[in-house]
Design a protein around this ligand. Structure first.
Ligand code: FES
Length: 122
């Protein structure tokens, strides 16, 4: 898996069910949340404009953007409501010896995120 790298984003043991936090993985901002006991990680940037999603509202598996209300499913980053047209990236998240890690493609950089965002890429 040379094209992927795991980046430890820290200790999320305090993250309660239904809560979100923003983490930095390399140069990527990642929204980490816990829903019904499971951790999820998606890009912490709305595909509609450059706005962090982690200050929005999380209801079940759906996060609502704080700016204009676009919705995304934290399970896969898929688009779940307008005004955005596309989803955001999602990442694998796992427990490691040194903490929670998200898996990024080596090439993932913010300047590779085109306007309009991504559909699910993994
Ligand atoms: S910036 Fe997120 S819906 Fe517009």
């Amino acid at each position: 898996l040379e094209s992927h790298s795991q980046v430890v984003v820290g200790d999320v043991s305090d993250l309660a069910d239904g809560q979100m936090m923003s983490c930095v993985a390399g140069t990527t901002n990642v929204l980490v949340c816990r829903v019904k006991g499971s951790l999820y990680a998606i890009e912490d940037r709305c595909s509609h404009a450059d706005v962090v999603l982690s200050t929005g509202l999380l209801q079940g598996h759906i996060v609502t953007c704080p700016r204009h209300g676009a919705r995304f499913d934290v399970r896969d980053g898929s688009h779940a409501g307008p005004p955005a047209h596309t989803g955001v990236k999602s990442f694998d998240i796992s427990d490691t010896d040194t903490g929670i890690a998200v898996t990024l493609r080596k090439t993932e950089r913010p300047d590779e995120f085109p306007e309009g965002g991504y559909l699910r890429t993994r």
